[in-house]
Design a binder for this molecule. Sequence first.
Ligand code: ZN
Length: 396
Amino acid sequence: MNKTIQLYNQDSHMNKFQATVLSCTSEVTKDNTSHYIVILDATAFFPEGGGQSSDIGTLGGVLVVDVQEKEDIIYHTLTAPLHVGDTVTGEINWEKRFDNMQHHTGEHIVSGIVHQYFGYDNVGFHLGSDVVTIDFNGSLTDEDIRMVETKANQAVFSNLPIDVKFPSSEELTKLDYRSKIELTENVRIVTIPNIDICACCAPHVSFTGEIGLIKIVSWQKYKGGVRLSMLCGSRALADYNKKEVNVTEISALLSAKPYEVSEAVKHLKDEALSLKGQISNLNNQLLKFKAASIPEGTKSIYIFEKDIEPGSLRTYANMILERCENLCAVFAGSDDTGYKYILASSHIDVREIGKQLNEHFSGKGGGSKEMIQGSIVGSKEMIQGLLNKLETELAN
Ligand SMILES: [Zn+2]
C-alpha cells in the first residue's frame, strides 16, 4: 500500500476534499459494534498523535470517529462501509480541528517563549476536550508565567505568519530548533518569527491572529518543573464568560464592585468568624444558666443536647458535676448523627459504664475513673434505658 498523501501538510485550512477509497475492512470492537477501517489515496483528516486527539467528520456522508497513522498510512475508522474504488467527499469537523490548531499553535508560542527566556523544554503536552496542559522541566514563578502570557498575546496581536517547511538535511544542521526526538530526514519545521522554531507534523493556523486570546488559567508544580493549563480562542472566551457570571453574581450578592469581590469575601469571612466567637460565648453562658437550674444534690443527671459544640461539652459536664451526687452524663448530637458523650462522677468509677455504653452502641472512647469521653450511635431512649439499668446495678 502506498503511503497516504497528507493534504493537511499542504493546506491546514482544507476542511473539504475528495479522495479515492483504496480499501475498506470491517472490524468488530470490544463492545461488539462493527467499525470499518478505510484507507484513502489522500486525506485531510489529521490522525491522533503528539498529545492531541484525531480529527473527526464524515467520509462519503459516513461518520469518521477516529483516525490513526501507522508507517505513513492513515486509517480512518467509520461507522458504515464505503465501496472500494469510489471517489468520496471528506468533510472535517472544522470546529474541533480549528480549536485544535489554535491550542496547538498557542502551545508553540508559549513553549517558544519559555525556551527563549528560561531555557526550559516542553516535556509534555495534552490537548484534551476540556483541559490543555503544557509541562516544562523547570520551575516558573507567578510573575514569570504572567510575563510569558503577556509576550504570547503580543505575538498574537502582531499577527505573525506561520511558516511550514521541510528543509534539506544540510539546512537542518544549521538550524537551531526545538524537537522532542532526534530526526534527520523529512523534518517538518514550523517557524513563528522571533518566537519559535520547532519540528512538528500537526496542522497549525496560518497567522498567529487566528489563535485569539492565549490565557494561562492555572499552574502547578509538576515533576520538578511546572504544568501550565492553557486556553485559547473560543475556549478562553467561554472560560471568561463562566467566570464573569460568577463574579457578577458574587458582586451583586455582596454589593461589591466586580474587581473588589475577593476583599468583600475576606470581610465576610472575618465577620462570620467573629459571629462564631460571639455565638460560642452566648452558648457557654446559656449552658451556665442551664446547669444552674439543676437543683444541687441531684442524684444522677443524663442530659441530651442537640446544638452543644464539642468544645463546650467538657465545660458543661464539669458545671453539672458540681450539682450531681452520683453519675453525670452529657450527650451532644442526635439519634441520626450519633452522640459525643462525657461521663463523670466524683464518687463512682465511670469506666465500666463507658465500656458498656461503647459495647452496646458501637462506640469508642475512654478516660480516667472520674471522667471519660467518647462517641456512640443509638437512640436517646435506649441510651437512657441502659444508663438507668447500670446505675441501679451499681447502687446494689
Ligand atoms: Zn505543532
